[in-house]
Design a protein around this ligand. Sequence first.
Ligand code: HEM
Length: 288
Amino acid sequence: MTPWTDRTGKVSLLKSAVLLALCLPALMILYNLVAGPPVARPAIEVNHQAGLWSVRLVMVALAITPLRHIVKWPRLITVRRMIGVAAALYLALHFLAYVVDKGFDLATVLTEIVQRIYLMIGFAGLMIMTALAVTSSDGMIRRLGAKRWQRLHKLIYLLGLLAILHYFLQMKLNVAQPTVFFGLLLWLMGYRLIFWRGGVTWATAIIPLLLLSLAAALLTGFGEALYFNLHRGIPVARILNANLSFVRGPRPGWIVLFFGLGATGLAIGRRIWDAVVPVRAAAARVPR
Ligand code: HEM
């Protein structure tokens, strides 16, 4: 089976489109490297871009389960593995670019990883990602057995957390982006908690989705305020107040709310579709 065909060997439009989309960041990185404005350390530029894409794809892989429930599209599961493997490949590029930046001096690489906490956390993430990538084939699923394989692949939640922590700790000033990722991870984990407690009926109902989105957004806002208070001594109230101003663009809490409401909107849209389509189908069957 190729990445663009389904199990029957037929070309899958969904898989082909996702495969193409997953290649675009690599082309963009290559283009920036070859034709972009000159930079002092091109390898570090590649390291940043590839790292960012790896985190984004880990989040997208985690979003597949909620999305397939909410829009009632089980076939989405067929692209999850591809997204996970792409996240692993971008991570490999992230690490390789770092090694290139260090002039392939593996002793320096190892020393830096041991000495810097954010690199140690990244290294733990890299180990987990490697374990998930090498066990992602059908053969490995058979060899490990479905139960053990599923248990192992639950490590993706830990990977998500480590990746965001690594991202957060290496940012010197502006922590807005990793804070957004943290809020989105809260939403995704919260969704799983609801699903685990109440099954798919709860987890796709409008009220739980709305409450989850509000809770994830508020926790993101308060978490951000707490961070600035503990780290830089800025009063919590000042940060919370800044959350109400859009002068410098939306704060992380709002962005998390936007995504949560987007997911809730999709659930509402799917319900309307379910209500309208059977009526239209029945109308079409009525002889004129
Ligand atoms: C041994 C493993 C890893 C090493 C050596 C490593 C190394 C680095 C380095 C050197 C930076 C740039 C720091 C700076 O410029 O000050 C960085 C940033 C970053 N890393 Fe890693 N990393 C590792 C694992 C990971 C993992 C597992 C992920 C996510 C899946 C990740 C995602 C990121 C992201 C998103 C950034 C920020 C990019 C940006 O600033 O735009 N890294 N990493």
